[in-house]
Design a protein around this ligand. Sequence first.
Ligand code: BG6
Length: 364
Amino acid sequence: EAGEHESFMRKEILEQPTTAQAVLRGRLDERFGTAHLGGLDMDARDLRAVRRVKILGCGSAYYVGQMGAALIEELARIPADAEAASEFRYRDPVIEPDTLYVAVSQSGETIDTLLAVQEVRRKGGRCVGLVNVVGSAIARECDGGIYLHAGPEVAVASTKALTNMFLGFALLALQLGRVRDLSIADGKRLVAGLERLPAQIEEVLAGEADLVEVAKELAQARSLFFIGRVRGFPVAREGAQKFKEISYRHAEAYQTSELKHGPLALIDPEVPTVAVVPLDELTDRNVGALHEIDARQGPLVVITHDEVDLGEIGARRVVVPRNEPELDPILLTIPLQLLAYHAAQHLGHDIDKPRNLAKSVTVE
Ligand code: BG6
């Protein structure tokens, strides 16, 4: 039962400070600035032998897989990317022995992800799982893995499981990094960042009331853009996914850098843009793009950090706390969950069971 909450989705959003602690518990090593992931069943030599990482998942799990790939490339300096598991087996993929395949799934039952795992294993590859449901089909099919400990997730739109997927990738990236060239100082910096995260998630959730009006405004639009760059792009993709799933509005994610190569033609007062603009090496370029949108009277909602100066534009600012730059994407994601939620709530939709969608798709 959703209990005092009007929906499971809201209950699950608000649980995140607690569930985030659960995935980290017992896995962080402050002394050596690393993570311990016994369930992976890989020793330091196995971890060092990994030359490439390929992440496979569907829907939100695919988008968080893109965030995970960025974490692994940044912290471990191993080439990594994510692919929609639903496409993977149909292109007769080359499976390499020194690639680590990672299947990501809340339910552990998504057929497309399961068949991708089987494709990897049939061809002799090693596949580990980032799975929430213990003993599920994908967990059983994998060589080992990281359980997400988010507890049961009922709402179709994934929130707390997705956050724990991100944290699972951070732990994996840390462990892969620390058997390579990631310094102990950087390792300790990230361990401390991970320990700070649950309280910072709580801080973002405390700002919920300020997002309700913004969400109502966005709910009026028939079509919206979600934009971000590099670390912010999968955040924008996930934000657009949540928004379309439960508000039934057309929401399209774009790299901010690609705006001038097409979508700018659609910007006008009727088409709002939700922009992800963290304080990082791309802030100035991101802000420049916001000015392009503003010049065309495109309404703007900017998910950003306090230190970011947007200049003279008419934008709604949504400020989140900063962590370490590598871990910031998950804090930038939380307000997008709340925006989608309150837009759908305002429109009177069945939030936990959006039309045409199922929590896990177990038939092809
Ligand atoms: C889709 C759901 O069908 O499956 C998404 O609508 C979900 O919300 C995706 O992200 C993947 O599910 P799972 O259980 O494999 O993480």
